[in-house]
Design a binder for this molecule. Structure first.
Ligand code: 9MR
Length: 339
């Protein structure tokens, strides 16, 4: 059987999000899996503002540097994640001597942040999520956050402006969850269209793809991909996983928390359920292939089931969301995807 990256080499890159330091936190089997199956890696956390820029005059490049070095060694591309987000963002950006910082100061700091990260990784990043999850989950347009409080809704525009200023040679993306669904899709289209009308560069739109077993929005995806492409953007599936344990919250709002305590698949996921997962992953890749002229990357949010964020969000449970099991063995979904 070909590896995933071989199987889709002519269609799109196969990506994976990786946490921690590759030089010390991964077993030989995991490293082997990364380098054989995938062609693109995304740092799961270490490039987020709070981690890479914990204090105004201190950057922590050690962990992302480690990932970039690994990627070089194995000829993998790296997609940065993310320059501006309302989560995992350090408080200092928004504060000025105990008071909310004025717009100009926050803009100046944002510009400096973007400048430093993009300059440091020039030549190392193929692309980067410039703004992550800016669209409101409810009826509003731009999500209210410290960014909108301090700068205004145009923080998105300003972030893309700074990214274009310093990001020569790096593709610039807007990334969000549930934007394939009609309500958020309309707002995502409006946002990207407005940015482009202002002359700003938006090279790609990332549909995160945190979906649930038996609830994959195939029909909406089929519409969303060409609609995003019609804006003059490439489309990427950036954080793919298929949640196997029922949850109430859709999308990926990190602050969601659920109180249920059941853990049905703690001793393993039944074959019949894994078969359904295989079928649905297979159908997804079939859909992606049909739209392959628009799609540049399909990336999984985690290397294998044991490393998925869905084991702890929106509550602790034993999940089986990815293509490889906790021992790095291919699950039935791998064969379905390849087929
Ligand atoms: O997978 C990431 C997890 O380790 C972090 O605790 C979490 C913090 O909010 O962020 C997770 O990654 C998110 C990504 O950056 C943006 N889209 C949703 C992802 C899952 O929450």
């Amino acid at each position: 059987m070909p590896s995933l990256r071989e199987r889709f080499a002519d269609a799109f890159e196969i990506g994976v999000a990786l946490g921690g330091k590759l030089s010390k936190d991964y077993t030989p089997a995991e490293l082997e899996l990364i380098s054989t199956q995938f062609s693109n890696i995304t740092p799961e956390n270490c490039m987020k503002p709070a981690l890479i820029h914990p204090e105004e005059n201190r950057y922590d490049f050690a962990t992302p540097d480690d990932l970039v070095a690994f990627a070089r060694q194995y000829w993998l591309n790296v997609t940065g994640h993310c320059l501006v987000w309302h989560q995992q963002c350090p408080d200092w950006i928004f504060a000025d001597q105990g008071k909310p910082a004025p717009r100009d100061l926050v803009l100046q700091r944002t510009r400096q942040h973007i400048r430093q990260v993009l300059s440091w990784y020039r030549g190392a990043l193929q692309g980067i999520d410039v703004v992550n999850e800016a669209i409101d989950d409810g009826p509003g347009y731009i999500r209210k956050s410290k960014w909108t409080q301090c700068i205004g809704d145009d923080y998105v525009e300003m972030a893309f402006r700074f990214a274009a200023e310093f990001g020569e040679g790096i593709r610039l993306y807007y990334n969000d969850y549930s934007i394939e669904m009609p309500e958020k899709r309309e707002k995502a289209i409006r946002l990207v269209r407005d940015l482009k009308a202002k002359g700003l560069r938006v090279d790609g739109i990332g549909i995160q793809g945190h979906w649930m077993l038996d609830k994959v929005p195939f029909t909406e995806l089929d519409k969303a991909i060409p609609e995003f492409a019609a804006l003059g953007c490439k489309v990427m599936i950036t954080e793919l996983d298929l949640d196997m344990v029922r949850r109430e919250t859709s999308g990926a709002n990190p602050t969601a928390a659920e109180s249920a305590r059941d853990d049905p698949y703690v001793n393993g996921c039944p074959d019949a359920v894994l078969a359904r997962q295989a079928q649905q992953y297979g159908e997804l890749f079939h859909l992606f292939e049909r739209h392959q002229r628009h799609i540049t990357r399909v990336a999984f949010w985690g290397l294998h089931d044991g490393r998925s964020w869905l084991n702890s969000w929106p509550r602790k449970r034993t999940n089986h969301a990815l293509l490889f099991d906790r021992q790095c063995r291919p699950k039935p979904a791998v064969a379905a995807v390849v087929a």
